[in-house]
Every structure is written in structure tokens, then in C-alpha cells.
Design a protein around this ligand. Structure first.
Ligand SMILES: CC(C)(COP(=O)(O)OP(=O)(O)OC[C@H]1O[C@@H](n2cnc3c(N)ncnc32)[C@H](O)[C@@H]1OP(=O)(O)O)[C@@H](O)C(=O)NCCC(=O)NCCS
Length: 142
């Protein structure tokens, strides 16, 4: 799919090194274990449509992970290269991700956003998402 000079497609295993480097540079990086290429490869093996990317002239400029486990639809790693922000690229990727998840049967979308990420929380609000005050995420290392 093309939007101006920005094209979108699903990520493939050959993208993994660039994805990991992009997320280290541009993604929301607090409070999570560092990415490792083999983990992203495993995700693509498990669900080849889980990662959507936007590119300009073959250079990766935006990503979103749209995970469907058969029960819940989870969105992660929405990130746009700083020089392309404010042009609707994130909105476009989110539309594609929501379409995909809706098509799989999702009735609600869940986005992971750090509370302290003012840009991210304002953005997700602007596209209709709300924090759920009555729930917290509880975690334990495997
Ligand atoms: C948040 C982020 C993904 C937004 O990407 P973007 O491509 O600039 O966003 P878009 O241009 O698609 O914005 C779409 C809409 O949100 C609005 N918007 C953009 N930035 C906004 C902000 N900071 N606060 C509120 N609204 C905002 C735009 O006005 C636009 O509305 P419109 O379609 O009515 O004009 C980008 O800033 C980013 O990569 N941040 C770093 C990573 C991050 O924090 N990710 C989110 C947490 S997972």
C-alpha cells in the first residue's frame, strides 16, 4: 500500500536487524527487556503478519506490532522516524493494524504505552484510546 512516497507492508525476517536497530533508536524504550533479533524472528515465525512497517525509498521509517493470540488484540512498538512525524504515518499504520485485527475477530484493541510517555499518551488519546484506571499490568520474569 502506498501513501505519498511512504509505502507499507508486513515485515519479513530479512527486516529483523533493521527493526531492532530502529526500535533501539526511535521506540519507547523504558521498562522492557532489550530486543534480540531471535525474538523478533520468532514472532514473525509465529505470526507472519504481526509486524507492519512503513518505508521510504527502502528505508524503514515506521513500525507497529499488532499481535493476535486468538483472544486479545495487542498493539506494541508504534514508532515513526522523527523526520516523518506529524504526517499521518502512525495513523495510517494503526488503521492497517486495526483492520487486520478486526478481520481476525478482535472486538477491542489494547495498546501498551508508558504512563510517563507524554507524547505517546497524548497521541493514543487523540486516536480514541483511553487508559483503563482499574487495571494494572502485573509481570514476572519467566
Ligand atoms: C507517537 C508517534 C507514533 C506519532 O506518530 P506520527 O506519525 O507523528 O502521528 P500522526 O501524524 O499519524 O498523527 C495522527 C493524528 O494524531 C495527531 N497527533 C500527532 N501527534 C500528536 C500528539 N503528540 N498529541 C496529540 N495528537 C497528536 C495528529 O494531529 C493527527 O491527527 P489528524 O489526523 O487529525 O491530523 C510518534 O510521535 C513516535 O514515534 N513517538 C516515539 C515512539 C512512541 O512514543 N510511540 C508511542 C508509544 S507505543
Amino acid at each position: 500500500m502506498t501513501r505519498g512516497e511512504v509505502t507499507t507492508r508486513r515485515a519479513v525476517p530479512a527486516d529483523v536487524p533493521e527493526l531492532v536497530a530502529f526500535w533501539a533508536r526511535v521506540g519507547e524504550n523504558g521498562s522492557r527487556p532489550p530486543d534480540r533479533p531471535e525474538l523478533v524472528e520468532r514472532l514473525l515465525q509465529h505470526d507472519p503478519d504481526a509486524v507492519l512497517v512503513a518505508e521510504v525509498d527502502g528505508r524503514l521509517v515506521a513500525t507497529i506490532v499488532c499481535g493476535w493470540d486468538g483472544w486479545r488484540a495487542n498493539l506494541y512498538r508504534l514508532a515513526v522516524a522523527p523526520e516523518l512525524r506529524g504526517r499521518g504515518v502512525a495513523r495510517h499504520l494503526l488503521d492497517l493494524a486495526e483492520d487486520r485485527l478486526r478481520g481476525l475477530g478482535a472486538e477491542r484493541f489494547c495498546a501498551m504505552v508508558l504512563d510517563e510517555n507524554k507524547l505517546g499518551t497524548a497521541w493514543w488519546r487523540s486516536v480514541g484510546y483511553e487508559p483503563q484506571a482499574e487495571w494494572s499490568r502485573w509481570v514476572k520474569d519467566a
